[in-house]
Design a protein around this ligand. Structure first.
Ligand code: RUB
Length: 309
């Protein structure tokens, strides 16, 4: 069953990265709706809500996931029959995927404008949105060089350096703790986001906050590339974005950990970079300073204070 397989793949990080997770989830929802053999609307709604909950529970941090699922599920409120509801789900899911893919193109185009000929960039983790900007700048003929981090413990940096290498971009692969050592050689940091709070704080792969801090200290700009559906509406009311803490075995194998009974292994997958360390957020609608995050939530996501009553 596609729903269960997708949920498992997201949990195991076979499908990973906030944008990919969101697209996979809405495709799984559409598939679930297609195969849901029920005739009354109430049962259809209930089953769909169960499927949505299963998908949303897979990983807690990337807000693109609940945003995408809720965007698709909202059509159930106005549907009057199972046939209509099913069609509406298909339409919405396809619309989301289409928008998400186009958004990456627009972000790449806008982001590339902020990358100058001769720039040395630093990126962390593996973000489609951030890499899109780098690849587009290179495609435009800008002479650029990239530093890419390893990204302990899951090593997403390896995916990043393969992509950069395949594009023929001069790349330096460094361990995460070498960022401050190299920061003066870098002109611009460019990363993606899993979630952006209303105060402009950015949640991204663990280590991003340290990198942004080092960049701030060295007076280097930090750009975040993120689709509007990564902004977190519920932070308007002070809701905190949950930071996923993953299996300690990703950091140290269980057999080794078992020999160290006084040691607790901590494995947070993300951290929060305060808005003051971020210079610009590139969305598909344009580039904004982090202070304007509320505008994105209000104008583009269409979520208003009244919805939270
Ligand atoms: C991925 C990560 C990425 C964001 C943005 O973490 O932190 O920077 O999700 O990625 P993980 P994208 O590997 O744990 O999923 O721009 O591709 O949506």
């Amino acid at each position: 069953m596609v729903l269960i397989e997708t949920a498992e793949s997201i949990k195991k990080m076979e499908i990973r990265g906030a944008g990919r997770i969101a697209r996979a989830a809405v495709k799984a929802l559409a598939d679930f709706a297609r195969n849901l053999d029920v005739s009354d609307l109430e049962t259809f709604r209930r089953e769909m809500q169960g499927a949505a909950a299963t998908l949303i529970s897979t990983r807690p941090t990337a807000v693109s996931l609940p945003n995408a699922v809720r965007y698709v599920m909202r059509v159930l409120d106005s549907s009057e029959s199972v046939v209509e509801a099913r069609e509406a789900i298909f339409e919405r899911a396809a619309e989301f995927v289409d928008h998400s893919e186009h958004a990456l193109g627009w972000i790449a185009e806008i982001g590339a404008r902020h990358i100058s000929d001769g720039d040395v960039l630093l990126t962390h983790c593996n973000s489609e949105a951030a890499l899109g900007c780098i690849l587009e700048a290179h495609r435009q003929g800008k002479e650029i060089e990239v530093y890419a981090t390893e990204v302990r413990p899951r090593g997403q940096g390896l995916i990043t350096i393969k992509t950069l290498n395949d594009a023929g971009i001069r790349t330096n692969y460094i361990i995460d703790s070498a960022v401050r050592y190299f920061i003066n050689d870098i002109d611009l940091v460019i990363v993606g986001a899993d979630a952006i709070a209303v105060n402009g704080a950015v949640v991204n792969k663990i280590g991003t906050a340290q990198i942004a801090h080092a960049a701030d200290e060295a007076r280097k700009n930090v750009i975040v590339a993120a689709e509007t559906y990564k902004f977190a509406p519920r932070t308007i009311l002070g809701e905190k974005i949950e930071i996923e803490e993953r299996d300690p075995a990703e950091v140290l194998p269980d057999e080794e950990a078992a020999r160290l009974p006084f040691v607790r292994i901590r494995n947070p997958a993300f951290d929060v970079t305060p808005a003051e360390y971020i210079d610009l957020i590139i969305t598909e609608r344009g580039a904004i300073p982090p202070e304007l995050a509320y505008t994105v939530i209000k104008d583009y996501l269409g979520w208003r204070i009244e919805e939270f009553r």
